[in-house]
Each structure stands twice: as structure tokens, then as C-alpha cells.
Design a protein. Sequence first.
Lengths: 246, 179
Amino acid sequence: MVVIQQYLLAALAGGASTALLAWTAHKLHSAKLTARLRAEAQAQINTLEVEHAAHREALREREQAEQTLHALTAQLRDELMQQSASADELRATLDVVNVDREQWTNQARQIAAEAARLKHLGATFERWHEQMISLMTQNHDMHAKNQELSSIVRHVVIVSLNASIEAARAGPAGRGFAVVASEVRALAARSEELSKSYRDSLHRNDLTTTSTFQDIQAGGKMIAASLASVESLANRFHAQLEKVPM
Amino acid sequence: MISAHAKDSFDRIFRKAAQARLPVAAGDLCEIAPMAEAGACINRESKVVVLTISSIVFRLLLILHFDENDTTRGYYLNDGDERPFQEVFLEICNLCCGAMNQELLHYFPDLGMSTPYVLNARCLPHLHELKPAHVSSYSLMLNGAVPLAATVCVCTHAPLDFVADTSAVEETSGELELF
């Protein structure tokens, strides 16, 4: 009985020690498990914290970017306003320039037309030239008449000389006639002088008339050439203005 | 009123134009000598061709003296030429004056030239009536046989000063220029 008791005690003790061992083993195992789980949980917490920090950082960056974008938008809006203001200004200036350009075009056209119209002055100069020709023809006529007069006067001188000779031949009876013949000769000499002087005057008249009218004619051509140059310049200016796009 | 430079320039311009345009053929000689007085070699029948170049400040009269005799006629008229001598000679004078005009255009942009007119040479002693500021006369001899004379008379009330460069050689001679 005692043996059985011993057996039982031994069994009990064995069971108890096994149970103790098992319990200890269990405790050890569960402590290990807990520690591992805790470590894992800690690792996860760490990861999450890091992620959270990154997230927060990203959020801050986004906020900063948003602020920058806001600032940029505001700046762009300002610039747009300025640009549109200056565009309006430019448009206004362009409108003014266009109006000016139209006026210039009109003025260039007017100058060209005026120059073209004034070129007809040439006709006036031609008329003066014709008048010169007519004056010169009259001078020519007067030259011819004066020459005729001069030849008559020369004839009178010869006749008066003959009369003087005849008077001398007649002796005392021809004395009175000699006086008349001498008077006629003196008159003829004066006429000859006058005719020479008249011829000189006609030559002087020829020169002054010709040079004056030639000056008018040449001056007319000079003015016509200058007007043609003004007309061509105005036309060129007009053409250039036409080429400029509106 | 007219500077020595301007007088010299007119002289050179005239000489160049006369030598280029008065001879009929390009190789013909044209001797030019100064003459004391405009009417020095005038006889009763001598005639002059008068041409005027006008500018804003001055007018220039080119006066070419000629005798319409057989020598002159023979030089300027070809055998088959049926035109009257004066018509041919006026054309020559016109070309000569035109050459002066072309040369002067380099210095005076506004110029005009008259048509030629024939007068009796006895009007030359009255040249002073135009109150010229400068007169110079020349006797010309073409090919040593055909005598001519010329007077350049410039009238101006304004001071006139320019220096002409007459060194450029003209390439054309004798024929009409087309503008």
C-alpha cells in the first residue's frame, strides 16, 4: 500500500513536475511569442510613424506648392491685366496710326495730284515762248524796215551831194539851192546816225528779249522737272503707305 | 559774286562740252583759245546761236558764233544731207549746251535748258546790258580749218561757288541721248 502510495506520490510528483515543466515551457513560449508580437507591433508602429511623417511632409509640401500656385496665379492675373491694358493702349495707338496713315495717304495723293496739275504750267511757259517768237518776228520786221530806211538815207546823201555839185555849177544863181542841198545832206547824215542808233537798239532788244524769254523757258523746264520729281516722290510715298498692312 | 573756283569750273565745263559735242566726228580736233572780247571777230554777216541754262540762283548763256559760209557748211553738212545748215548746226549747239547742262546738274539739282535761237552777232556788244557776273569768250578751230567762237555769260545776284570735276571721260559723243 505504501508502495502504491509511493507510486501514486511519485506519479503525482512526476505529473506535477511535468505539469510544472509544461507550464514553464508554456510560459516561456508565450513570453517569446509576446515579445515577438510586441516587436512586430513596434516595427509596424515605427513604419506607420515614418509613413505618417512622410505623409505630413508631403502634405506640407503640397500646401506650400498650393500657396506658390496661388501666388503665381495672382501674379499671372496681374500680368494678364497689365498685358490687356497695354494691348488696349496699343490698339488705341494703332487706331490713331491708322487714321494718321490714311491722312498721310490722302496727303501724298493730294501732293502728287497737285504736282501733276502744276506740270501744266509748261503750257504757260510755251505760250510765253510763242510770244517771244512773235516779238522777235516784229523785231526782225523792224530790222528790215530800218535797213530800208538806211538805204533810203544813203540815197538821199548821194542825191544831196549831186545837188551840191549842180548848185556849184550854176554859180551865183545856184547859191540858194546849195544851201538847201547842204541842209538836206545834214538831215540825211542825222537820219543815218539815227538809223544806226535805231539798229543798235534793235540788236540790244534782240539780245535782252531772247535772253529773258529763254530764261523763262528754261526756268519753266526747271520748275516742271522739279514738280515731276515731287510728284514721283509723293507717288512713291503713297505706294509705300499702301503696302503697310492695316 | 562768282568765285574764282566757279569761274574756272564754268571754263572747264564749257571746254569739255565743246570738245565733245562741236566736232562732227569723234576724232576731229577742236582747239579752244581764250578771246579777249566777245565781238572780236564779228563781221556783218556773223550770226550767233543763243542758249540759256537756268537754275534757281543763276542763268548761263551759251553763245556760239558762226559764219554761214562754205567752210562751215561743208564741215557740218554731209553730201546727202538735205536739211538746212541752221537746223543741223542748232542741233549741234543744243547737244553742246546739253552736255554743259548734264555736267552742271551734278552741282545744281534744279536746272532747265532753253531751245536755241539765232541772232545777229552784232547784238553781242550789248551783252553788258544783262549785267553779267562772268563773261568769257573763246575762239574755236575745228580740224584746223573751221573757225567758230563762243561766249559763256553767267548772270547771278547770289554768291556762286563750286568746284566741278571734269575729269570723267564721256563715253558717248555726237548721238542724241535718251533720258
